[in-house]
Design a protein around this ligand. Structure first.
Ligand code: URA
Ligand code: SF4
Length: 196
């Protein structure tokens, strides 16, 4: 994805905050564009804002966010150094799964964010992001894997919220994020790009 010349994360953020493009605009309190660095090497993509995110206009700041923060800390990844966003930028009523038309309407924002940031790896959090970005279905069968599509690397793992109800997923998530951190270190070493 090639970024348009005068696009910026700030421009996308402003557009998302006032976006009328799908029916989620009617029920949201605050749109949640995502946050993080333009220079991020990892992008995390979740499903959709929940109640806390809708209140604050920021991604992963509720219960799932606390789990994600913990996982990042354990893996030695700084939250401030990555970019975190979702497949849809507005909260679906009762936290239902985003519908296809909503994900489709919202997709250009995500594509623009990816195009500007050009992350080394996109970390897919859970099935909704897996399906929406890669057409996949079973995260359980594929978590911990890196897949490449159209020149972009993706790392697959569970959604942190899944660990709220199923504690056994927590250790898998921990192992996965540590693996992701390790991959990133290797990237740094093997890639000549960093010296050019
Ligand atoms: N769950 C998500 O998928 N995204 C958030 O931002 C918060 C919870
Ligand atoms: Fe716009 Fe995306 Fe929010 Fe729908 S979910 S209103 S497309 S920002």
């Amino acid at each position: 994805m090639v970024a348009q010349k005068h696009d910026s994360l700030e421009k996308i953020e402003a557009e998302v905050r006032g976006c009328p493009l799908c029916k989620l605009a009617r029920t949201r309190k605050n749109a949640v564009p995502g946050e993080g660095q333009l220079s991020a090497k990892i992008m995390f993509i979740g499903e959709a804002p929940g109640r806390s995110e809708d209140e604050k206009g920021r991604p992963f700041v509720g219960a799932a966010g606390r789990i994600l923060d913990n996982l990042l800390e354990k893996a030695g990844i700084e939250r401030s150094q990555v970019f975190i966003t979702n497949v849809v930028k507005c909260r679906p009523p009762d936290n239902r799964v985003p519908e296809e038309d909503e994900a489709a309407a919202c997709r250009p924002y995500l594509d623009r964010q990816i195009g500007l940031i050009r992350p080394k790896v996109i970390c897919i959090l859970g099935r909704t992001a897996y399906t929406s970005l890669l057409g996949g279905s079973s995260i359980t069968a594929n978590r911990g894997k890196i897949v490449e599509k159209a020149g972009q690397k993706y790392f697959l793992t569970f959604h942190p919220a899944a660990a709220i109800y199923n504690k056994s997923l927590l250790s898998a998530l921990e192992a996965d994020l540590k693996e992701l951190a390790k991959e990133m270190k290797n990237e740094g070493k093997s890639s000549m790009e960093d010296y050019l």
